[in-house]
Design a protein. Structure first.
Length: 367
């Protein structure tokens, strides 16, 4: 009985932490569409504090700690974290003069050297102005080198990456309907996290969006409107990512930690249902099927050099290729791949690999 009580208390505690303060979202009842968005914009702007750019380092010490993967108290960097582990490197939180790995003035162009502050919505899209530039709800800690590779490219999806980071984040031409320029694709684990950050941005800064048109470019997904906020292809992308990677405990904790610092919240973490109540996707069901990744690998991690592929459309696939994380082709399997059919790996070295079949890429770990 005592055990159940403890479990129940733990459960209640978690739920309590996940909630916004009583009354925070007062006035939203019955609202939908862009009227709801405008009300949320007022709510989350009210009392929001701009702590400045330097304060982000301090915020990260509570908002971006790995309590979910290695659970080792190192920095949780979404551009280098490998959910299946092991990470290629870990960062100690804090400035270098106190033993941390925060970037200083002598940064090196390689992964794993230091972490800095990444505007997940590039700062060039809004002229690097405050308070946007200092907002921890979408400015996150990330590896310096991956951050610099990403540059000012919008997020998107690619099936032919020109560059892949150690955790599988990709740079390449967009394959997402409606955009064909270069994009940066974070790993699946964090796609919803970034989608909800970007939906927060066009809600929090709704009254400033028209002024950002002076920074407009083909790569900039902001559309200059106060309501929808982004070009339709980008809304389609964010809604897809929001649906495929729902709110996690990591995001709930992060929302609370940022709230404790800058006194405003991301409403789409507190109320995920509001995303679809405000925005509408124009992706046709064909597009959704075309871009739905249906193949899966098991077991993953792979043991004994044997992996099995399963999923829709396998019968039409006659070639499977396996790549290293650096993009080097390791093995080509040219045979009719049967559902749950076995593939024997020639290279059984431990590490992360990518399997490509048709237009799909799947990452897997060899143990
Ligand atoms: Ca980690
Ligand atoms: Ca996630």
């Amino acid at each position: 009985m005592k055990k159940y009580t403890t479990l129940l208390l733990g459960f209640l505690f978690t739920i309590t932490l996940a909630q916004a303060p009583a009354g925070y979202y007062d006035g939203t009842d019955g609202l939908t569409g862009y009227a709801l968005k405008t009300k949320l914009s007022t709510i989350i702007s009210n009392g929001a504090q701009d702590l400045g750019y330097g304060a982000l380092w301090v915020t990260y010490a509570t908002s971006d700690v790995d309590k979910y993967y290695e659970k080792d108290g190192t920095l949780l960097d979404m551009y280098s974290e490998k959910p299946l582990g092991p990470d290629a490197y870990e960062y100690t939180i804090g400035a270098s003069d106190v033993g941390g790995d925060q970037c200083g003035s002598a940064n090196q162009n390689k992964e794993g050297f230091c972490y800095n502050r990444e505007h997940s919505l590039p700062k060039s899209y809004f002229g690097d102005q405050a308070p946007m530039a200092n907002d921890a709800h979408f400015v996150v800690p990330s590896d310096y080198y991956v951050n610099s590779q990403r540059g000012n490219y919008p997020y998107g999806e690619t099936i032919s990456p020109s560059w892949i980071s150690t955790n599988g984040s990709e740079l390449g031409p967009s394959n997402f309907p409606g955009y064909s320029g270069t994009i940066f694709e974070p790993i699946d684990e964090f796609k919803g996290d970034f989608a909800r950050m970007h939906l927060y941005f066009v809600t929090r800064y709704e009254d400033k969006l028209t002024s950002f048109t002076q920074y407009q470019s083909a790569a900039n997904p902001l559309d200059g409107t106060t309501d929808r906020g982004y070009k339709q292809w980008y809304i389609n992308l964010l809604l897809k990512w929001d649906a495929q990677d729902p709110v996690s405990q990591k995001e709930i904790d992060r929302n609370n930690a940022v709230y404790n610092r800058q006194k405003n919240r991301n409403p789409f973490i507190d109320h995920p249902e509001w995303v679809k109540m405000i925005w509408t996707s124009t992706l046709s069901s064909n597009d959704v099927v075309l871009f739905k990744k249906t193949l899966s690998i098991y077991p993953n991690p792979v043991k004994n050099g044997e992996l099995h592929l399963s999923g829709y459309g396998l019968g039409e696939i006659s070639k499977v290729q396996i790549y290293s994380m650096e993009g080097k082709l390791i093995q080509t399997i040219e045979q009719n791949i049967k559902n749950t059919g076995k593939i024997l790996l020639q290279n059984r070295s431990k590490g992360m690999y990518i399997l490509k079949a048709g237009d799909q890429s799947i990452k897997f770990l060899v143990q």
